[in-house]
Design a protein around this ligand. Structure first.
Ligand SMILES: Nc1ncnc2c1ncn2[C@@H]1O[C@H](COP(=O)(O)OP(=O)(O)OP(=O)(O)O)[C@@H](O)[C@H]1O
Length: 310
């Protein structure tokens, strides 16, 4: 668990972050979201002490981070940024294996792990293992950065726009893969993003900031359905609920059980926003959900109002 208590940062008398209170529960993914200059990156960097707070404190598992040596603190916290800073003289595999090599882990086990992680982030190990960072596109380099952070296996990951340089399709794929890994490994993640879709899609909780203060902190559906202020409503936009549906498969919202094969059918892997389109087009409030062509359950209009249980 990470606790930010009355955290402040001022630059020449101007507050970049003010009286910020935020608790990041263990194993959850929290997105720091907000307009440019609202203090997201400053907040993130105070967590691993790349920046020293002007006031307040950060607790990691109940311990004041000022009592820890910065290098000890950072060993337990991966840091992924858009300009990844891969080592140019090392190949991709060596870059990913930097921390395991430093820690003296078994070489063969590390190599296997590196290949697994490269495949996981969508880079074919045979093609990319021996390439140098200079031979990679921005998006490929970004994936190597994510693989490297995961290879170090820290309990906490801090990420600043980690998927920013990717084209939309690749971004969605890497986001999905990352989310799946994060849940499986129960990493605690704090991610800075200005991409609303990314925050709503990936985060367990979204911290929406404005001018250095926290405006609202809660699960995505809370911000969407119970915005604390007009700013929250406007920032997320009127179509926030639809966007959230677009990020969820029908399988996450459906009711499993017997289904009427006579109704319009949608595949369980379809996204819920498209399923809604089918309801509207067909004038039906219930659809049959199929998997491999077989009916496996139903999707009701009412199911689209509630976010899937995690
Ligand atoms: N080293 C610095 N000196 C002076 N002011 C700074 C410094 N770093 C950041 N700021 C100011 O602090 C505020 C918050 O900056 P920060 O980078 O945290 O914002 P952000 O929300 O991450 O923005 P973006 O989405 O554009 O990256 C901004 O107004 C910025 O101009």
């Amino acid at each position: 668990m990470i606790e930010l208590q009355d955290l402040e940062k001022t630059y020449g008398g101007v507050a970049a972050v003010r009286a910020l209170n935020l608790t990041v529960p263990e194993g959850e993914l929290v997105a720091l979201l907000g307009p440019s200059g609202c203090g997201k990156t400053t907040t993130l960097r105070m967590i691993n002490r790349l920046l020293e707070p002007s006031g307040g404190r950060v607790l990691l598992a109940g311990q004041d981070t000022r009592r820890l040596k910065p290098e000890v603190l950072r060993r337990g916290m991966g840091y992924v940024i858009q300009q990844i800073g891969l080592f140019p003289h090392l190949n991709v595999a060596q870059n990913v294996a930097t921390v395991p090599a430093l820690l003296g882990h078994d070489r063969r086990a590390t190599q296997t792990r590196v290949d697994e992680l490269l495949a996981l982030v969508g880079l074919d190990p045979d093609t990319f293992r021996h390439k140098r960072p200079g031979e990679l596109s921005g998006g490929q380099a970004q994936r190597v950065g994510v693989a490297r952070a995961l290879a170090a296996d820290p309990p906490v990951l801090l990420m600043d726009e980690p998927f920013g340089a990717l084209d939309p399709l690749a971004r969605e794929r890497l986001q999905g893969a990352f989310r799946e890994i994060q849940r499986r490994l129960r990493k605690t993640v704090v991610m800075v993003t200005h991409d609303i879709d990314e925050a709503l899609r990936l985060a367990d909780r979204v911290a929406l900031m404005r001018e250095g203060t926290l405006v609202q902190y809660g699960p995505p559906d809370e911000l969407i359905h119970r915005p604390a202020t007009d700013f929250v409503r406007q920032f997320l936009g009127e179509d926030a609920a639809l966007r959230q549906l677009a990020g969820q498969p029908v399988s996450a919202l459906m009711r499993r059980g017997p289904a009427d094969p006579g109704r319009p059918a949608v595949d369980a892997a379809l996204n819920a926003r498209s399923a809604l389109s089918v309801m509207v087009r067909e004038g039906q409030d219930t659809l049959t959900v199929t998997q491999d062509g077989q009916p496996v359950g139903t999707l009701h209009w009412a199911d689209l109002h509630t976010r899937a249980p995690r």
